[in-house]
Design a protein around this ligand. Structure first.
Ligand SMILES: Cc1ncc(COP(=O)(O)O)c(C=O)c1O
Length: 387
């Protein structure tokens, strides 16, 4: 099969793109929200065109072949057997995070997570009147590396009414894929404190081939915790169909599943039939495209890491095992508003403060190398201008 051309420049201006509209009318390069500037796999476009040609777009259920393909994908790629009844289809992982908080315990109970983390992790507890216990990940602050759970701090912070642990794995924004030792310790922690574990694995098909550990899905966690596990997945990040809005939760325990659905109340809208077809085509026919994507992203990652280490001192980039979201420690620049500074030099990044880590920035390199090169040139000027 022909190589997909990830160098192809697609103008996303005036298409209603959240990422690009933020800087409409300016020359700022948007490198913030987590979608990529690449066309989705040809098989996904074909499937959407076929569904559009059908011409009726009424309320839709997940059709049989979508469920079969998803179960086959989970078995083939992640090595887990999933019963169709375990799957709850949703229009997004963010509502699912919120529902997970409300699925167990009472209002006033606590939810634990670890910053820095994808911002909704720090807010979804409010939807169900829960409290947040945020225990920062441990890391080597000198090198912006070695991010891992800080179990001593977690033990010290936990309260008897803590009911839920929100895990992000692979981790946005620090780029880790947690290994067996870390996950075994987390399972033990959750079991000992009787916590429900909600594992957001939306980035699990974006793991680089040089990551020290493969991704281990919570769906395959031991019996001891499986009945208290909610795993969140989607084709959206990997196959660049996030705007079509489709995700799913895998919940083996029927009681927890019912409570999870009930926690959504009447707030969860129907899922678009187009998104169901995009998900099916991604999982059924997207693997070769995904491998080519990962090779392209890896080259972008390496170019960025070499650039940051060589030309952007004292900025430090965290080593990346997964995702196209680089985590930059820019505290050494001594900026009050680092996001604003880079934006005024033409690069639109995500502010670390939103992830619970002021002094950091997140850079989305899911773009052409040409765009990344231009962003890097602008970032050098942004740092030079401080001297
Ligand atoms: C960890 C994580 N969870 C969820 C989402 C968003 O998911 P959705 O668009 O399905 O609500 C993102 C988007 O960046 C993410 O990084």
């Amino acid at each position: 099969m022909l190589e997909h051309d990830f160098d192809q420049e697609i103008d996303r201006r005036n298409t209603g793109s959240l990422k690009w509209e933020k800087y409409a009318g300016t020359e700022v390069l948007p490198m913030w929200v987590a979608d990529m500037d690449f066309a989705s796999p040809p098989a996904v476009i074909d499937a959407l065109q076929k569904r559009v040609a059908h011409s009726v777009f009424g309320y839709s259920r997940p059709h049989a072949s979508l469920v079969e393909v998803t179960i086959a994908y989970l078995q083939r790629v992640h090595g887990v057997d999933v019963d169709p009844s375990w799957i709850v289809w949703l229009p997004g992982c963010v509502p699912a995070l919120s529902m997970a908080c409300g699925a167990t315990g009472e209002p006033g109970a606590s939810v634990m997570t670890n910053s820095p983390v994808y911002p909704p992790f720090l807010h979804v507890h409010r939807d169900s009147g829960r409290q947040l216990i945020n225990v920062p990940l441990a890391c080597d602050a000198e090198t912006n590396s070695g991010y891992t759970f800080d179990f001593d701090a977690m033990e010290a912070a936990i309260t008897p009414d803590t009911r839920v642990f929100l895990l992000c794995n692979p981790h946005n924004p620090v780029g880790r894929v947690f290994n067996d030792v870390e996950l075994e310790a987390l399972i033990e922690f959750c079991n000992r404190h009787d916590l429900m574990l909600c594992s957001d694995e939306i980035h699990c098909d974006l793991v680089f081939d040089d990551a020290p550990s493969p991704h281990r899905t919570a769906i395959g966690f031991p019996e001891s915790i499986r009945d208290r596990t909610i795993t969140l997945l989607a084709a959206s990040k990997t196959y660049n169909v996030a705007g079509l809005a489709c995700a799913y939760a895998v919940i083996p325990n029927p009681t927890l599943r019912r409570k999870f659905i009930a926690a959504g109340g009447k707030l969860i809208p129907e899922i678009s039939p187009l998104s169901f077809h995009a998900t099916e085509a991604s999982y059924r026919d997207g693997e070769l495209w995904r491998q080519q994507l990962m090779a392209y992203l890896k080259a972008n990652r390496d170019a960025l890491a070499t650039f940051v280490a060589g030309q952007l001192a004292p900025v430090k980039m965290a080593p990346m095992e997964a995702t196209y979201l680089a985590w930059l420690d820019v505290r050494g620049l001594g900026l009050e508003n680092p996001g604003g500074h880079f934006e005024s030099h033409g690069v639109g990044l995500s502010n670390g403060a939103d992830f619970g880590a002021p002094g950091f920035l997140r850079l989305n390199f899911g773009c052409t190398l040409k765009t990344l090169n231009e962003a890097m040139a602008r970032m050098v000027r942004a740092v030079e201008d401080l001297n």
